[in-house]
Design a protein around this ligand. Structure first.
Ligand code: PGA
Length: 252
């Protein structure tokens, strides 16, 4: 009903791939391919490539961001990076709570919540990920898990602040596995996430918030997933690594 007011956003998550020169080559190749695209394009690149990627993407529809950040504004945290540093380097958004951060690096929703608040303070748009594991789905805990992650990760935010957030539903069992949720399965969970936002922050906030689907998105399945009314865009890992492949998803 209200999906027409929401813009379309296709985000690529490069994970730990690409050097500075590879990033610049990629963006130079992608620019002409997406020059007429209706969708907004986000690329979450490695920290080291943010500055060069942002320069290479200037005056294009490609927006550069990061894949993680620390929750502190600065301090003695060896090896960490702050939102201020990311914004200064040219990042406009930051992925927070990706399942690889939650699973491999033990990040909790409470920790992600602190990062979300810091990112907003630092002028970065948080792209907040939620999603259940295969075991959780098998034991019918999907909704409980996703609702818990969503509410805890966004705890304490006002409806106004929520307008600066993008949500991503990424079932863990679909990430990097080649197994995608069917469009119907994805739509059901997107609808559920939107209903959760309605319950907590009201109808207007829910109508406005963009919810991306992620997990083995490919050029072959992108269009069908995007048909669903509560799916506003895609978060693409592996298939975002080649400009000619990513371009086909952007233009799907
Ligand atoms: P994938 O990754 O597209 O390679 O499954 C998606 C993601 O992790 O965001």
């Amino acid at each position: 009903m209200t999906d027409k007011i929401r813009e379309r956003l296709i985000a690529g998550n490069w994970k730990m791939y690409k050097t500075v020169s590879e990033a610049v080559d990629y963006i130079q190749a992608l620019r002409p391919l997406v020059a007429n695209s209706q969708a907004k394009i986000y690329l979450a690149v490695p920290y080291t490539a943010i500055h060069a990627a942002a320069e290479a993407a200037k005056e294009s529809s490609i927006v550069i961001g990061a894949q993680n950040m620390n929750d502190a504004s600065e301090g003695a945290f060896t090896g960490e990076i702050s939102g201020k540093m990311l914004a200064d380097a040219g990042a406009k958004f930051v992925i927070l709570g990706h399942s690889e951060r939650r699973q491999i690096f033990g990040e909790t929703s409470a920790y992600i919540n602190r990062k979300v608040k810091r990112a907003l303070q630092d002028g970065l748009q948080p792209v907040v990920c939620v999603g259940e594991s295969a075991e959780q789905r098998a034991s019918k805990a999907t909704e409980v898990v996703v609702k818990g992650q969503l509410l805890e990760s966004l705890e304490g935010l006002t409806a106004e602040q929520l307008q600066h957030i993008v949500l991503a539903y990424e079932p863990v069992w679909a990430i990097g596995t080649g197994v995608t949720a069917t469009p119907e399965e994805a739509q059901q969970m997107h609808h559920f996430c939107r209903a959760t936002v309605t319950e907590k922050w009201g109808q207007e906030a829910a109508d406005k918030i963009l919810i991306l689907y992620g997990g083995s998105v490919k050029r072959e399945n992108a269009a069908a997933i995007l048909q669903e009314s509560d799916i506003d865009g895609l978060l693409v890992g592996g298939a975002s690594l080649k400009p000619e492949v990513f371009q086909q998803i952007v233009n799907a």
